[in-house]
Design a protein around this ligand. Structure first.
Ligand code: BJW
Length: 236
């Protein structure tokens, strides 16, 4: 049985990391165009670096919660092939034990050259103005900003995983940002879809697929373990 988890900022909310949208989200505190676009980077790189340096430091101080850990533990069950496709740039899935993981929007723990996108470096601490790649250009966070293309290999691998999923478990995402959200539409018609999120499911799904959708209107830390128990029972 193939089980794919597709996760967003909401899965890390109970670890203390902010979501983007909704009350008290990051986009209430910062202007998207200032910190999350190539134009913002050109205008004020220091502001962008400060934003991501703070996010990295907040993430390093946070701990994986019961949802990340439940997914990591579930991946050890040999009856299932478990994959995680995340929009998150934090590393809480890795620290919760997940393997077979795709980060669609990049990682807080990588920097990237501004002249050669193939030059990616693992980092633990701040990126500063004056930090350079091996070809001499300023380093930036390896994050996909609005208007930038996602890594084609990652998005097509994610789509393939979703196409073959018997269960798709969507956790903590508003499904507003494309092309990432679009992968939800790649499921086969018999795929059982769970949506674990206290908010509404607003995406259009054709009726043939919608009948297989279950909305667990709960926070991730209670909803995810429930879904995993249900999938385990259904497969016995
Ligand atoms: C809980 C909870 C708890 C709370 N438990 N749940 C098609 C149509 C329209 C627009 C476009 C389109 N295709 C492309 C676009 C443009 C654009 C886009 O999608 N815009 C829309 C917003 C309208 N997309 C892009 O620009 C993408 N690039 C691209 O398409 O390139 C090709 C192209 C280029 C030029 C022109 C056209 C095409 C790139 C998108 C990059 C997104 N980057 C960000 C920031 C970087 C990462 C970072 O800094 O962390 O990624 S934006 C931000 O949104 C971040 C997230 O990964 C992403 C998704 O957010 P997410 O995870 O869903 O969070 P929220 O806050 O929205 O939702 C949280 C949820 O949690 C809520 O539902 C809560 O209820 C829930 N929750 N507590 C469980 N305890």
């Amino acid at each position: 049985m193939n089980v794919v988890f597709f996760t967003g900022a909401g899965i890390s909310a109970e670890s203390g990391l902010k979501t983007f949208r909704g009350g008290n989200g990051l986009w209430d505190e910062y202007k998207i165009e200032d910190v999350c676009t190539p134009q913002g980077w050109k205008k004020n790189p220091k502001l962008v670096l400060d934003f991501y340096n703070k996010r990295r430091s907040d993430c390093s101080a946070a701990k994986p919660n019961a949802a990340h850990i439940a997914i990591g533990d579930f991946a050890k069950n040999k009856k299932f092939k478990v994959s995680v496709v995340t929009q998150n740039v934090d590393n809480l899935h890795e620290r919760g034990g997940a393997s077979n993981l795709i980060h669609l929007h990049g990682s807080l723990y990588e920097s990237k050259s501004t002249i050669d996108p193939s030059l990616i470096y693992t980092i633990e601490s701040d990126i500063k103005i004056g930090d350079k790649c091996s070809k001499g250009s300023q380093l930036r966070p390896n994050i996909v900003w609005f208007g930038e293309m996602l890594d084609e290999e990652k998005i097509s691998k994610a789509e393939k995983l979703v196409t073959t999923a018997d269960y798709l478990v969507i956790v903590g995402t508003s499904l507003e940002v494309y092309p990432a959200a679009g992968i939800v539409k790649s499921t086969k018609e018999t795929c059982q879809i769970y949506y674990v999120d206290p908010g509404e499911f607003t995406m259009y799904l054709p009726a043939v697929k919608r009948v297989f959708l279950t909305h667990i209107k709960e926070p991730a830390t209670t909803g995810v373990p429930k879904v995993i128990d249900e999938i385990t029972e259904l497969s016995e």
